[in-house]
Design a protein around this ligand. Structure first.
Ligand SMILES: Cc1ncc(COP(=O)(O)O)c(C=O)c1O
Length: 379
């Protein structure tokens, strides 16, 4: 049977991983500045994470949400402590798209309304409503097309005010990434997020903070939206939440009430996924990874700004992007093939850095040296 060919692949087979390194089937070591697409939060195969999963696996891996699963409450309690969102409620699912799908659906149930405001260059996932709120017509199937999503320009306060003036009474939710990932590492202005908070409150709409990529400590705060001093009504999470074990979830503000049957999932919140997610939070806490991400990110960003050739270095914490000018077009490929460094990209010309939050200073320097060498070789 052939695999359905939807991914352009690098010709590399990774067989082992630890911390910020991975090794291929020939034993060649690579530095992972991509974190497997922002997923690796505490480092590949962290021993505490492995131990927790193994211990859970010996006991029970799965039972349905028809019984009490105490590790779900343990996860919720730890999440409250680490995120500081003590009053929020937790609903668990399996992926980022599913988290956003549930967030949008819940906003519609809660308000009884249909319109969703999303932004230019947004990415929220590939399920029906999440993809409809994603600004990329190429991945929206005809069946997912809807008039219920209104796109506004990102960081444009006047346009957002106008949109609320025209549609305020129909708007169920505003969904926004604190830092756009797929859109090319674009940080939402603090004043823009504050305006969203005010407009949502004044118009009875739900503020959804898509924190799938920029959340879980990556920005140097638990949620990137925290930098603006605002509380969203719903935070969606996935990627770093399980450090590679599939799990997603939404944090829901206390004024949004649950009802039996309102949301549901077969696999979401299973014992094994919760063990992985709990291990992630324990390591984030024990190793102080949020402030590590902040420090390391500042260091990397300052060093990158001093490198000739690359442009427009931006981001927060360990979510960093820079533009690659036309004369260095092959930079990402060169870093991978000649310097054994994985990086991410955003079309058309952005390199995205999304390493583990435990990236060491030595590894950051190793990347900077490789980058300088690769630039020189291309010039
Ligand atoms: C901001 C954001 N939201 C949602 C998603 C979708 O997550 P998943 O691929 O787990 O469905 C992504 C994935 O890249 C993302 O970056």
């Amino acid at each position: 049977m052939k695999l359905f060919d939807v991914y352009p692949l690098n010709n590399i087979t990774i067989t082992r991983a630890q911390g910020s390194y991975v090794w291929d089937n020939n034993g060649v070591q690579f530095l992972d500045m991509y974190g497997g697409h922002a997923v690796i939060s505490i480092g590949h195969t962290h021993p505490h994470w492995v131990k927790r999963i193994e211990e859970q696996l010996e006991k029970i891996a799965f039972y349905s949400n028809s019984i009490i699963i105490p590790i779900q409450q343990q996860l919720a309690d730890k999440l409250a402590t680490v995120s500081g969102k003590n009053e929020y409620q937790l609903f668990l699912c399996n992926s980022g798209a599913e988290a956003n799908e549930n967030a949008l659906k819940l906003a519609s149930f809660h308000t009884g309304r249909k319109k969703i405001v999303a932004f230019s260059k947004s990415f929220h996932g590939r399920t029906s409503l999440a993809v409809a709120a994603t600004d990329n017509p190429a991945i929206v199937a005809p069946v997912n097309e809807t008039d219920n999503v209104i796109f506004c320009p990102f960081n444009d306060e006047a346009a957002l005010k106008k949109c609320f003036k025209e549609h305020g009474a129909d708007i169920a939710a505003v969904i926004i990434e604190g830092i756009q990932g797929v859109g090319g590492i674009v940080v939402a202005n603090d004043s823009f997020l504050q305006l969203i908070r005010t407009l949502c409150t004044d118009n009875g709409a739900v503020y959804i903070a898509d924190s799938v990529q920029c959340g879980y400590g990556r920005s140097g705060q638990f949620f990137a939206h925290d930098a603006a001093g605002v509380d969203a009504d719903i935070y969606s999470m996935a990627k770093g939440m399980g450090n590679g074990f599939p799990i997603g979830g939404i944090l829901i503000a206390p004024h949004i009430k649950a009802k039996h049957g309102l949301l549901g999932t077969t696999f979401g919140g299973n014992h094994l996924a919760c063990a992985a997610a709990l291990a992630v939070l324990e390591v984030i806490e024990q190793e102080n990874l949020i402030s590590m991400a902040k420090q390391r990110g500042m260091y990397l960003m300052n060093q990158l700004k001093a490198i000739d050739g690359i442009e427009n270095v931006r981001g927060r914490g360990l979510m960093i992007g820079f533009d690659v000018p036309e004369n260095l077009k092959g930079l990402k490929k060169k870093l991978l093939e000649d310097h054994n460094v994985f990086t991410g990209e955003a079309k058309p010309n952005v390199i995205r850095l999304l390493p583990s939050l435990a990236l060491s200073r030595k590894q950051a320097d190793e990347f900077l040296e490789a980058l300088k060498d690769a630039i020189q070789e291309l010039q």
